[in-house]
Design a protein around this ligand. Structure first.
Ligand SMILES: C[S@@+](CC[C@H](N)C(=O)[O-])C[C@H]1O[C@@H](n2cnc3c(N)ncnc32)[C@H](O)[C@@H]1O
Length: 475
């Protein structure tokens, strides 16, 4: 049997290859956005904390992909504890490659539409650990026939009546109910929008009335988990058992699943009273923490680096700018990831351009398409090439007008990187950088390419009204 790390590294290669062999439209149609390995590992580690130590696991992933959760399962639990493991995958290519990858393991992988399968009739054959990142397919991509079929299956399986505006993930959750054994544990990595939108009401009722909701972790929307899907996501944990009337739900937010930046235990009754769940845990009724010390936010205005939604398209090297003949007026200097800054001080030339080795520019233009087409042919051609790659349809682009304009930012005087590994040289986790240039900074978020928690993000510390303190802090 091969070591799991070896298979995992092959799996990541297979995933990358399959992702790149498909067009964005094809991937959207089947919701093919893989879970980053680090997040899958966090999820399984959390499951191990909750599950009884002697439980023999019957694992199910109804939307298997290449098996990021199965891989994390094998890494987290000894094989002696895994009684069975099953997965469903609709895409033949994914299913074949996954079957090949995991051929030496005891995995029952079926190439089929999970929503059309029949759940095992006996509780003994149902899963007691169900982990799923279901396809995020919006309702308008589901045909009426499919919607009708899915609605019937959801009602049969969990008694849930879903609205026609529900995304496919809501049907997955409902249908999977009858695949989970009594007392079984489920984790769903789903878009957090169900917490607030009308169509999510049926799911919320299910979570409050039919199962015991254990916890919900909501990722910070700016901390995009899947850089190509760009939806803010949540991990919902529940047990298939009737809820006690007085039970509490752990609600966490930001940071990571294992190290959230906010956490709060909320009585289930509070959820019933509140239509919008994203208010937890920040705007809770809990008393504000007593401030004993001056914090960074007392001294600075803190902002995350700019999120473009498609750094590869919008952030360009000088060579690429020259090759594309892009007009200078639409280019803003932007700093590279902090790991490429050798010094903690960024000096500038007379124009304000940073004096650094790895120069790069952010493309941003506020002119309407008609004007770009008429007056800036090279930019027009580049934007057209972006459209062919579906950049204009990505989440952040779609929410900007025009899609190629970026949020306006003043260059920050200070930058702070966080979620770094401790430096080997000075033992520090945070790094502060003094920026004399006109360059702004990007949010180097988690992406499948950058190992999630080692990536640097920039926080921009703006100091207009607080300059005096800011300077003192950094001296
Ligand atoms: C969001 S991806 C998750 C993949 C993998 N479990 C992971 O976390 O990386 C969803 C997967 O479900 C598959 N899928 C989409 N519709 C499906 C269906 N009706 N039945 C089974 N699999 C489906 C997609 O092809 C895709 O591989």
């Amino acid at each position: 049997m091969q070591h799991i790390d070896v298979i995992e590294s092959s799996r990541l290669k297979v995933q990358k290859h399959l992702d790149s062999s498909k067009t964005p439209a094809e991937r959207n149609k089947l919701g093919q956005f893989a879970t980053p390995g680090a997040l899958a590992t966090d999820i399984l580690a959390y499951a191990r904390k909750i599950l009884p130590a002697d439980l023999e696991i019957r694992f199910l992933d109804p939307a298997f992909g290449t098996g990021s959760f199965y891989s994390a399962l094998l890494k987290t639990f000894p094989r002696s504890r895994i009684a069975s493991a099953a997965g469903y995958e609709i895409d033949k290519q994914f299913a074949e490659r996954a079957a090949e990858l995991w051929r030496n393991e005891h995995l029952e992988l079926t190439n089929a539409d999970f929503t059309k399968q029949v759940a095992p009739p006996s509780d003994r054959d149902r899963a007691n650990l169900l982990i799923c990142n279901p396809p995020y397919v919006r309702h308008h991509h589901l045909s009426n026939d499919d919607k009708n079929r899915l609605k019937i299956s959801a009602r049969r399986s969990a008694g849930i009546t879903l609205s026609g505006l529900s995304g496919l993930y809501c049907y997955f959750m409902s249908i999977a109910h009858s695949w989970l054994a009594k007392g079984g544990l489920a984790a769903w990595l789903i878009p957090s929008e169900f917490m607030d939108v009308n169509y999510g009401r049926a799911i919320k009722e299910y979570l409050l009335n039919q199962v015991t909701l254990l916890s919900i972790h909501r990722f910070d929307p700016a901390d995009v988990q899947f850089d190509d899907a760009l939806v803010s996501s949540a991990v919902v944990w529940f047990k298939k058992s009737s809820p006690r009337p007085d039970h509490f739900v752990e609600f966490t937010y930001g940071g990571t699943l294992t190290k959230p930046s906010m956490s709060m235990r909320v009585p289930a009754s509070s959820f019933r009273e509140n239509a919008k769940w994203t208010k937890f845990p920040q705007n809770s009724h809990a008393p504000a923490p007593v401030q004993h010390e001056i914090t960074l936010s007392d001294l600075f205005t803190i902002k995350r680096g700019i999120a473009t939604g498609a750094n590869k398209f919008f952030i360009l090297t000088p060579e690429r700018v020259a090759e594309l003949k892009l007009p200078k007026k639409f280019l803003i200097p932007i700093l590279p990831s902090a790991r490429y800054l050798s010094s903690d001080e960024v000096l500038a030339d007379h124009r304000g351009d940073p004096l650094i080795e790895r120069k790069q520019y952010l493309l941003s233009c506020k002119l309407p398409e008609s004007e770009v087409e008429a007056n800036y042919h090279s930019l027009w051609s580049y934007l057209e090439s972006g459209k062919q790659q579906g950049i204009n349809e990505k989440y952040l682009s779609e929410h900007r007008s025009p899609w190629y304009s970026q949020e306006e930012r003043q260059p920050p005087l200070f930058l702070c990187t966080y979620i770094n590994r401790k430096s080997k040289t000075n033992g520090e986790t945070f790094r502060f950088i003094l920026n004399h240039s006109k360059a702004i900074a990007a949010n180097w978020g988690m992406s499948p390419q950058t190992p999630s928690f080692q990536s640097c993000r920039a926080w921009l510390l703006h100091t207009p009204a607080k300059q005096r303190y800011g300077n003192q802090l950094c001296q």
